[in-house]
Every structure is written in C-alpha cells, then in structure tokens.
Design a protein around this ligand. Structure first.
Ligand code: SAH
Length: 243
C-alpha cells in the first residue's frame, strides 16, 4: 500500500525538495509513497486570484481566506487525515508520526503570512499541528518535517528493519548515545562496556544513559511519561532474565 501525501501550498515548487533525496527520495522513486502538491491559488475566485485578506480586528499581515482554503482542501479530501501546519497546533510527536505512517497518507495544509482563518479548522475537521515552539515563515518546511518523519517508518524504507524500532521518544526517553570507530579519537575513548560483548550489561548501560541524558536535557519528557520511563526497555529486560 502506498502512503499518499498531498500538500496544499502557495509554493508547490518547494517540493519534493529535501524529500527527493536519500531515503525519502528513493522511496518516492520506488513508489513506496507518493507526493502530490495542490496550488492553493488555483482555488481563488476573484479576478486578482487573491488568497488572503486583512485580519478582522486589525493588526499586521494578511490572513488566508477560509473559502479559498476550503475549496483547495475539498479538491484533495478523500478520507485521509487532514492536518494544518501552525505554531498554534499541538506539538507533533513520534507517536502521532507512527499513527500517520501506519495509515493511507495525509493531506497537509501549509500556511503563509499570518496564517489561516480560524473557521477552516472546525469546518473541515482539520488537525492543527506544530513542529516546535518557534515561528517559521511558512508551513512547507513543517510539512516536509512531518512527511520525512513518516516516510522513514514506511515498510522497506530504512535499511536495517530494526533501526526504526527503538528510537528517541519511543520509551518516553531520548535514545542512548552512539559510538563508532576509531576506538580512540582525539584522545577520547569509546565507553569500555560497549566493547565488553556482554549484551545485558550493554543494554543496562544504554538505558542508564538514556535516562540520564533525558533528565538533563529533556526533564519535560520524564515528567510527561512519569513512572513508565523508569522501567528498562523490553529488550534489556529480556536479556537480563536470560543471563
Ligand atoms: N502569526 C502566526 C504565525 C504565522 S507563520 C502565529 O503567531 O501563530 C506562517 C505560517 O508558517 C503558518 O501559517 C504555518 O503554516 C507555518 N508555521 C510557522 N511556524 C510553524 C510551526 N512552529 N509549526 C508548524 N507550522 C508553522
């Protein structure tokens, strides 16, 4: 089954952009996923083909008109989840990405200027999503972030089938740190335990480091996931009981 992405944007020329290279690009070529862009301006109705107007209540900038947005959305809508990129949305999570990647695809609405007329969200049951607490100039990069996160999880996209299984955020923690050769680099060595060949010890060390780094860098994750994140990952547990 192909994961189908439709991106509604005023700048379709930005796509596939970075989604056309590496893993996502190869998967796109191979038909693991498809990407369609819809030019929002094609749904403007006045002679100037305007898509925006001044904000009600005054203030700077321009707001995307709901009638034009609705026509663009309706042209693509076919039951796939509808999402709009906006800093006012709920933050995108790996859990949501996994859900989306397991589905038929997504229709993504990209804002520009001051954003969307608020009425569009309820009128078309659109889920507002944010990619982080900062403001971009448009939703396109956000749509690319969301699609990149989904596409790498599609079956067959990542080389080692397992490399998508236990990653940052899946256990409510950041992932443990990685090391590779050379063994000694600029006087710094790889942690001894990783060379021990003792898989239970390695798993325990990795879990400790994941906890430690998460506490240090992302205490919000520990708070959000509470006790669940204190339990060792299932892999570590399995190996512990075998040893
Ligand atoms: N005035 C708005 C920001 C508009 S930025 C506000 O303060 O909320 C213009 C467009 O960029 C938005 O409509 C949205 O599509 C996109 N955008 C900006 N920041 C974003 C973010 N953090 N996540 C997702 N989309 C974002």
């Amino acid at each position: 089954m192909t994961f189908r992405a439709s991106v509604l944007t005023l700048y379709p020329e930005m796509f596939p952009g970075p989604l056309g290279v590496s893993l996502a690009g190869r998967a796109l070529q191979e038909g693991t996923w498809s990407l369609e862009t819809v030019q929002i301006r094609d749904f403007a109705t006045d002679k100037h083909r305007s898509v925006d107007d001044t904000p009600a209540g005054g203030g700077a900038g321009m707001v995307l008109r709901p009638d034009v947005l609705a026509a663009a959305v309706d042209s693509a809508a076919d039951g796939r989840p509808l999402l709009a990129l906006t800093p006012r949305g709920a933050p995108l999570t790996q859990a949501r990405v996994r859900q989306l990647a397991g589905g038929e695809g997504a229709i993504l609405l990209c804002g520009r200027f001051e954003g969307f007329d608020e009425r569009i969200f309820e009128a078309r049951a659109i889920e507002p999503v944010s990619i982080g607490d900062y403001v971009l100039s448009g939703g396109e990069l956000g749509a690319m972030v969301l699609l990149d996160a989904c596409v790498r999880l599609l079956p067959g996209v990542m080389g080692a089938a397992s490399s998508g299984e236990e990653e940052s955020f899946d256990e409510g923690l950041l992932e443990y740190p990685h090391y590779t050769r050379p063994q000694i680099w600029e006087g710094r060595t790889i942690p001894e335990v990783l060379r021990s060949g003792d898989h239970a010890k390695i798993a325990a060390w990795r879990h400790e480091r994941a906890l430690e780094d998460t506490r240090l860098r992302r205490p919000d994750l520990i708070e959000r996931h509470g006790g669940a994140s204190q339990a060792p990952p299932s892999g570590a547990q399995r190996r512990d009981t075998k040893a």
